[in-house]
Design a protein. Structure first.
Length: 259
C-alpha cells in the first residue's frame, strides 16, 4: 500500500548518501511508550478493517486479507529502517488499505524507490506462501487469499502518484507517471461503465496523483535535479526489479485464479 512521504522543498539541499541512523518508528521522548502507542494504532485499525471486510467476506478471509496488507506494510518499514529513516506505524483504513508515513525525507530517488518496492516484495512473497498452501482443493481459502494478494500488490505497482509504483519509477523515469495515469484513468472509466458502483479507490488514486503529474512540467532547481540523478546501473536494476515483479504477479494471478 502507499507510503506517505514528505516531499522535498525545491530549495532544500539534501545529501545523497548521508542518512542519520535512527529507529524505524518515531517513538518521541519515550521509546517504550511510543512503541506501545504505535502498535496500538496498528492493531486497533487492523481490527476495524477486519470488521469492515467481514461484512462482505467471512471473518476468516477478512483476517487473512488484512494480515497480507500488514506484511506488505512491514516491507516498507524494513526498507525504511535499512536507510535509518523514521516512520509512523502502519495505519489501516477500511476499504482503502493501509499506509505508513515517513517522518524523514528520502535523500534521493533511489532510496524512495527501494522503500516503495519493499512493500510489494514482501506482499508478493506472502501471497506466494498462500499459493503454496492451497493444496486442499476442498477448501478454496488459501487459493482465494493468494489471488487477492497478487491482485493487491499488482494494483499498487501502478506508476501513479502516491502508489508504490509511483514511488518506484522515480528511480527509472518519472515520465512513466504519464502513461501510468492514463492507464489508471482508462481503468476507472471502464470500471464505472461495467459496474453500478462508482470506482472510488481508483478515482481517489487519480485525484491524489495530480500534483506529482504536474510537477513533471515545473522547472527543477539544481537540488531537485540531483534528487533524480542516479547511476545508469541503478536505473537498470530498478527497472528489472519493477517489471520483473509485475510479470511474477501476473503469473501468480493466472495460476491462482479459480475457474
Amino acid at each position: 500500500m502507499p507510503v506517505e512521504m514528505h516531499e522535498r522543498p525545491p530549495s532544500e539541499s539534501v545529501s545523497e548518501n548521508r542518512v542519520p541512523p535512527r529507529h524505524s518508528f518515531d517513538t518521541s521522548a519515550s521509546p517504550a511508550g511510543g512503541r506501545l502507542k504505535s502498535w496500538f494504532i496498528t492493531f486497533g485499525s487492523m481490527g476495524l478493517s477486519i470488521a469492515y471486510y467481514a461484512m462482505n467476506w467471512d471473518w476468516k478471509f477478512a483476517t487473512g486479507f488484512v494480515f497480507l496488507i500488514l506484511i506488505h506494510e512491514l516491507g516498507h518499514l524494513v526498507a525504511a529502517q535499512r536507510f535509518g529513516l523514521r516512520t509512523g506505524p502502519p495505519v489501516f483504513i477500511p476499504m482503502m488499505g493501509a499506509f505508513i508515513s515517513l517522518k524523514d525525507r528520502a535523500p534521493n530517488a533511489w532510496v524512495e524507490a527501494i522503500i516503495g518496492i519493499g512493500g510489494p516484495l514482501f506482499g508478493t512473497f506472502a501471497a506466494g506462501v498462500c499459493f503454496i498452501l492451497r493444496s486442499d482443493a476442498s477448501d478454496p481459502f488459501w487459493g482465494q487469499l493468494a489471488f487477492y494478494g497478487f491482485l493487491l500488490n499488482l494494483f499498487n505497482l501502478a506508476p501513479v502518484g502516491f502508489l508504490d509504483g509511483g514511488r518506484i519509477v522515480t528511480a527509472i523515469s518519472p515520465w512513466l507517471w504519464i502513461p501510468g495515469y492514463l492507464l489508471m484513468l482508462l481503468y476507472t472509466l471502464f470500471s464505472w461503465q461495467s459496474s453500478d458502483r462508482f470506482p472510488s479507490i481508483p478515482f481517489f488514486v487519480l485525484l491524489m496523483g495530480i500534483p506529482r503529474l504536474f510537477s513533471l512540467f515545473k522547472h527543477r532547481s539544481p537540488a531537485d535535479q540531483r534528487y533524480y540523478d542516479l547511476e545508469p546501473s541503478q536505473r537498470l536494476s530498478m527497472s528489472l526489479a519493477y517489471f520483473g515483479l509485475i510479470v511474477v504477479l501476473l503469473l501468480g494471478l493466472l495460476a491462482s485464479k479459480t475457474p
